[in-house]
Design a protein around this ligand. Structure first.
Ligand SMILES: Nc1ncnc2c1ncn2[C@@H]1O[C@H](COP(=O)(O)OP(=O)(O)OP(=O)(O)O)[C@@H](O)[C@H]1O
Ligand SMILES: [Mg+2]
Length: 580
């Protein structure tokens, strides 16, 4: 096994080293007793020939039963201990992956699919669990079993030992071959299953589209095809599984036959006694199970190794946006935002999405950002809470470089309503208090009133306790947006950013919401990206963006009288409103 993986294994096991030793100790006891008990039986039987002593026999029988019970109990304990370690390592790894992934930035998620992440934190972690539990147990078990049983067998008869065990290598190879095949078939089943669930998920999400384009029959056929593949893969797996165990049993029987045949001859010739012969049979039987398991163990090991690499590569991924030891807490900010030659280029993009953007936004100002699609509005606002990896010296909050602030304090100072509103599958109230889970009902209702969603919520049968389905399917687009805004308003942050968060709301409601944002004791700095110029017109100042640059700045009345992009956008807007 490659060294770094072994190091990882030890690292995973380290917190549970005491339990590992306890488990291994238990296995040691089990194996020692398993060798000793047959010796007692041997003595008993060999004694029978000398003369029949009833008490001796009874005593021996009782001792054997007691010892066998102890073996059984200790074996149980060893399994509980060692399999428990596997489960704990599994839980630890899942926790570590989740914590790590939740700290990674957006750039990581644009190169990794969610399906892959889920797969690694379930299937791969399970493989590692098996390696830690099953393989660990099996390896120590086989080492102890052979270390104690083999000398005991050899002390009885070298010839019979060799004959009894001659078939074991064949058994090992057979199991190894099958276990490779079983593994491939298992992977195939899993892959087909995930194809099938992907199809189901996609079809259910796109059910309206399927109906509109009348593609039910096609989708049915696609499903039938995949379903048949899953069935075939499962069948093959079941066939292999049902073949391998009878083969092991068959090989074990051959070993037994050889032993019976040669053993009886050895007894007749006086080479060994009956008791020795019986002991020999018990020992040979004791070795079957560990030997057969070794084949599976090797495969589990190989799988586990691959999985360790796959899991560790997630944990090795580094966020590009992180705190340093020099990061400082922003404290409570007043809400001034300054950009100095702010430029930004997405990874792999040829053109910068922002070029030399300059502005100073004063505390309490309401700023609208307008511009054609793809002009860089979202990119600009995403830079402020450092959702994107902004370079040092380009963006400042209260005159402090955002890259010098701790992420936690920077993001505490800013609430952000993204362009795509996302709601969790919980109640409306819980969605609104997401940023401050301890907020009371009055705070929730106040935020909902400010964002103009309150009257509609009151019309739902369960009001604020209404469950929002997956991604808020039961709410309309506009309702979702206003719930997201309520969520942002509930948090008391000095800077509020709305990225086109009013697009599904009518102009009148949008205007009311913006008016509400201005209310309150301490005016927040508000930046809102908007396609609705009538809403933008309410801002103190408007930044007009085009191709990653700010091309115009001013109030609505100033800009409307300047020849330029804003005037043109406004005339288009007026035309649209006249037509509708
Ligand atoms: N994750 C990304 N990776 C690469 N390029 C991106 C990414 N996100 C946006 N872009 C590109 O950056 C440019 C600006 O995009 P941005 O989303 O900021 O525009 P926008 O003004 O918000 O547009 P819209 O009005 O449609 O929301 C576009 O050319 C876009 O294709
Ligand atoms: Mg955008």
């Amino acid at each position: 096994m490659a060294n770094p993986r072994l190091k990882k294994l030890i690292e995973y096991l380290y917190p549970y080293r005491l339990t590992v030793w306890q488990g291994v100790g238990a296995l040691l006891i089990v194996n020692l007793l398993s060798v000793w008990i047959p010796l007692l039986i041997k003595d008993a039987i060999n004694h029978l020939k000398a003369g029949f002593n009833y008490t001796d026999i009874v005593n021996l029988a009782i001792l054997t039963i007691v010892l066998a019970s102890i073996v059984w109990a200790v074996r149980m304990i060893s399994r509980l201990l060692i399999f428990g370690i596997g489960r704990r390592v599994q839980a630890d790894l899942k926790q570590r992956i989740f914590e790590h992934v939740s700290n990674l930035d957006g750039a990581y998620f644009s190169t990794t699919t969610v399906g892959d992440l889920i797969n690694r934190s379930t299937s791969d972690v399970e493989n590692i669990m098996r390696l830690m539990g099953f393989s660990l147990l099996s390896i120590f078990n086989i080492i102890f079993a052979y270390a104690f049983t083999l000398p005991a067998m050899l002390s009885i008869s070298l010839r019979l030992t060799v004959l009894a065990l001659a078939i074991y290598p064949v058994m090992l190879i057979t199991v190894q071959l099958f276990s490779g095949r079983l593994r491939e078939e298992q992977v195939e089943v899993q892959e087909k299953l995930s194809d099938l669930s992907e199809l189901i998920q996609e079809d259910m999400s796109g059910i309206t589209l399927i109906k509109i384009y009348a593609q039910e029959e096609n989708e049915r056929q696609a499903f039938a095809k995949l379903n048949a593949q899953v069935f075939d893969a499962n069948l093959r797996l079941a066939q292999s599984r049902n073949t391998v165990f009878p083969i092991i049993q068959g090989l074990a029987s051959i070993s037994l036959l050889v032993l019976l045949w040669q053993g009886s001859k050895a007894i007749t010739s006086g080479e060994i006694q009956v008791g020795d012969f019986l002991t020999m049979i018990i020992y040979a039987q004791n070795l079957i199970f560990p030997t057969a398991l070794l084949g599976f163990t090797i495969t589990a090991f190989q799988r586990g190794e691959v999985s360790i690499d796959r899991v560790e590569s997630i944990i090795a991924a580094k966020s590009q946006i992180f705190d340093t030891s020099h990061s400082i807490d922003s404290g409570k900010v007043v809400g001034k935002i300054t950009a100095q030659n702010l430029s930004f280029t997405y990874q792999g993009a040829e053109q910068p999405a922002l070029r030399n953007v300059n502005f100073v936004i004063n505390p309490g100002e309401r700023i609208a950002i307008v511009g054609p699609i793809g002009s860089g509005k979202s990119t600009l606002v995403n830079c402020i809470p450092r959702l994107l990896n902004v370079k040092a010296g380009q963006l400042f909050v209260d005159n402090t470089d955002v890259t010098a602030l701790t992420l936690e304090s920077l993001r505490r100072s800013i609430t952000f309503v993204p362009q795509e509103s996302f709601l969790f599958s919980t109640t409306i109230a819980n969605n609104i208090r997401y940023g401050d889970p301890l907020a009371d009902d009055i705070q929730v209702v106040t935020a909902a009133k400010q964002s103009q969603i309150h009257p509609e919520v009151m019309n739902f049968p369960r009001q604020y306790e209404t469950l929002v389905g997956e991604r808020g399917i039961t709410l309309s687009g506009g309702q979702r947006q206003r719930t997201s805004i309520a969520r942002a308003l509930l948090v008391d942050a000095q800077i509020l950013i709305l990225d086109d968060a009013l697009s599904s709301v009518d102009n009148q409601t949008a205007a009311t919401i913006l008016q509400n944002l201005a209310a309150g004791t301490q005016r927040k700095t508000v930046l809102f990206v908007s396609h609705q110029l009538s809403a933008a017109a309410l801002a103190d100042r408007i930044l007009v963006m085009d191709k990653g640059e700010i091309v115009q700045t001013g109030s609505h009345s100033e800009l409307i009288n300047q020849p330029g992009l804003y005037q043109w956008l406004w005339s288009q807007n007026q035309l649209e409103e006249m037509l509708s």
